[in-house]
Design a protein around this ligand. Sequence first.
Ligand code: PLP
Length: 422
Amino acid sequence: MKLDTICVQGGWQPKNGEPRMPPIVQSTTFKYASSDEMAKLFALEKAGYFYTRLQNPTNDIVAAKITQLEGGYAGMLTSSGQSANFFAVFNIAGAGDHVVASSALYGGTSNLFTVTMAKMGISFTLLPPHSSEEEIAAAIRPNTKCLFGEVLSNPSLDVLDIEAWAHCAHAHGLPLIVDNTFPTPINCRPIAFGADIVTHSTTKYMDGHAVQVGGAIVDSGNFDWMAHKEKFPGLCEPDESYHGVVYTERFGKGAYILKCVAQMMRDLGSCAAPMNAFFLNMGLESLHLRVARHCSNAQRIAEFLESLPEVSWVNYPGLASSPQHALAQKYLPKGSSGVISFGLKGGRARAVRFMDALRLVAIATHVADARTCILHPASHTHQQLTDEQLAAAGVPPDMIRLSIGIEDCDDLIDDLKQALNA
Ligand code: PLP
């Protein structure tokens, strides 16, 4: 199936007489006839459902669709993008370990890494996203467990040079984990460029209607854990909390996701609600159509903003003036996303007056849904960061983040014009 068909029909191909739509299995638990059968499920000797925190049929259908979209081997849903990124890294890094990440990160991810996971004993080196391979290599230590970056960063819109980061990771026996929330697999499939594990906040374009918070992790199955087994004992040595199972031996290419379900989900929870997975699937069915419209609207509005004397700068990878343009053409040839950032002459005070005057465009802590919305990151999503951290994350204090929806573009431009005049 091609991408557009996977969006519509991936993950669930009903057999004769089965429901056309994936059923919502709204049940925490599953019944078995024999105690022995249940014991085998607990021992990971047999596949099957027994408790929704670990696996649920609705969640698995939607995870399978996202895995197909990303061209991965195995995938899972989580209750949020935050838990997806946390699990993706914590599945292979623990106290005493180290991670090299791009500094162009969503504020929540930056906090998760440098505050919460740091308290757990994992250290992070954040590097500018456009660091050379030599600079990335210089940051790698003997205890480094992975490299991490956002394919298109929120909100700075830096495009990650996936091939360079992957090449550097693999040269050091490490996997590259990328957060592909903004481009979605419609605009970029990072595994084809060498990424090993892909994460998502499905809350964004994948859902697209702002009805559920969710996350996903997809493993390409390409990283050879056993070739670097001294670095990844959790995957390559017996797990005593699961009767000594060695994930790589028992599950081969599925080892990383199986461990993530069996250990991370078992111990930390953060499972997706089946109802949310159902809503997410409704969004995925039109992902290909919506993403194309988000991108064409955003391209026009970025060009419009760039033409205005009141606007001091516009950042959109689709603009020829963008320093990201060459990387965007390589990794995001169909379009980057609906997100644009820009600054108004008159700085923060004018930005606030402009935002308050908007009528169609809503002030909302969100990006990537059908309705256009706007935010001032330095006052909202990134307010916990210091000025130095803001600069490292590529978030100037005057930055306005505009998430263009799928409305009629003329209406959006009219609203921006009237608010600027106001
Ligand atoms: N990753 C990126 C790139 C994001 O933009 C976000 C949220 O905005 C997250 C992760 C966290 O996702 P969630 O809000 O679903 O926990």
